[in-house]
Design a protein. Structure first.
Length: 429
């Protein structure tokens, strides 16, 4: 049932986003990309040297996992058992990664009483809040951010909106009272439910939050950009002054979802989505997810797109999209998105450009693509050594100044050092 509902939702979304004439661009001024911008969902679970070698190569800082109440307190009043999560947290910290813990869901003993999963009635709020407090105390200093629940507006909350708003509000207060320095994230919304967000704000459930997160699952990068702009508009209207996190975004490379993408196009989707999210001021972006849900040699014949969201396989081999993620994670952190760059001379609006200056790597980045399915020749003027990177491997080539570049729907990824300002000029055939 979940897959059918998601399919119908994304189908309607795909029809909307395909009708958009061009990729929306942010209208704000320059935007700083944080040093810890990049993360991955469901990463670090295998806890092997090979996995952490891959994570370090990819440049992921944040690792997200769900800390399930049922796994920690399987019997009411029987004490808390954190052993399932201890190795994950400790090994992640040892390797210099930051952990975001999603606090959720129901427990079996509540399910037996209510007949519902993913639901906590009011009479069990104290039990949940005590569990939350125990988590905060036990992992204080080792968990770097706490998210209250996941996609409550979609599949993972089976109570009323009012019940969830109250639960979330009380959970945030309990975290803040237990650890005043804790970083607290609310929302975790599937896509951008405007009415739900407005009602949650009116209920006071955004009090004590440092950030609100959402999951801009579009049928393509263009759709993700539309959702991001909608989200920014809503939180501006409610005057939320905290951070914006994307705690899930991604595309499956198989199955029946309208957002499914071919392995060949996967790197393009990753580059476009990351560039657009960074330029729109997201504080953190967690890609969903590190691995497909099967071993490569045991790949299922499956219509279930949920099996195919990884940028790598469980045997640690990469999809080409992993190189695109790594390329962004190596170059964008610590940079400043500069909307006035590159200087554009007679360049049509269908040529999309994102310029990120002064990254922590010491390199600047220019990303270009053509929103149309043709080829446009562009002259790049840049008085520095120019590297043109493959987005599907770790290779690059050196370009000369005033090089002519073919810009297609596949992003062009260019880096250089120094303070030179890039100029792009349309070349008539």
């Amino acid at each position: 049932m979940y897959i059918i509902k998601l399919f119908l939702s994304l189908l309607s979304a795909s029809l909307l986003f395909i009708s958009c004439a061009s990729t929306p661009l942010p209208n704000a001024g320059s935007v700083a990309v944080p040093d810890d911008f990049f993360g991955l969902v469901h990463a670090g679970r295998l806890r092997t040297a090979e996995e952490y070698h891959l994570l370090n190569e990819l440049g992921a800082v944040w690792l997200l996992d769900t800390f399930r109440w049922n796994s920690i307190e399987p019997e009411r009043g029987g004490g808390y058992d954190f052993s399932r999560y201890e190795p994950f947290v400790d090994i992640a910290n040892e390797h210099g990664h930051k952990v975001i813990a999603v606090i959720a869901y129901h427990t079996s003993w509540i399910e037996k009483d209510t007949g519902k999963i993913d639901y906590i009635p009011k009479r069990y709020y104290d039990d949940y809040l005590n569990f939350v407090e125990a988590l905060i105390i036990h992992f204080k200093g080792r968990i770097h951010a706490w998210q209250i629940w996941n996609e409550p507006n979609w599949f993972f909350w089976n109570g009323t909106e009012k019940e969830f708003f109250e639960l979330s509000k009380q959970a945030a207060k309990r975290i803040r009272d237990t650890d005043p320095d804790a970083y607290i994230i609310g929302g975790g919304f599937f896509r951008v439910p405007e009415r739900y967000i407005m009602n949650m704000h009116k209920a006071g459930a955004f009090e004590n939050l440092d950030a609100i997160s959402f999951h801009p699952y579009g049928a393509a990068p263009r759709g993700s950009a539309v959702l991001h702009d909608k989200f920014l508009k809503i939180i501006s209207e409610i005057n939320f002054k905290g951070d914006v996190w994307i705690t899930e975004v991604g595309y499956p490379t198989g199955g029946v979802y309208p957002s499914s993408v071919s392995l060949k196009e996967f790197p393009s989707y990753i580059i476009k989505t990351i560039a657009g999210s960074a330029a729109r001021g997201a504080n953190v972006l967690l890609w969903y997810q590190l691995y497909d849900r099967y071993i490569l040699k045991e790949a299922p014949v499956s219509l279930n797109s949920e099996m195919f969201f990884g940028i790598a396989y469980r045997d640690y081999t990469r999809k080409d999209g992993a190189w695109a993620y790594q390329l962004c994670a190596q170059n964008l952190p610590g940079s400043q998105y500069m909307p006035e760059m590159p200087l554009r001379e007679n360049v049509p609006s269908n040529i999309v450009s994102f310029c990120f200056m002064g990254g922590s790597s010491g390199r600047n980045t220019l990303i270009l693509w053509n929103d149309r399915r043709n080829t446009q020749k562009i002259r790049l003027t840049l008085s520095s050594q120019i590297k043109l990177h493959s987005i599907s491997s770790d290779s690059n080539i050196i370009l000369e100044d005033n090089s002519i570049i073919d810009v297609t729907n596949t992003p062009v990824f260019i880096t250089w050092e120094g303070e030179s300002t890039p100029v792009i000029t349309k070349v008539n055939k």
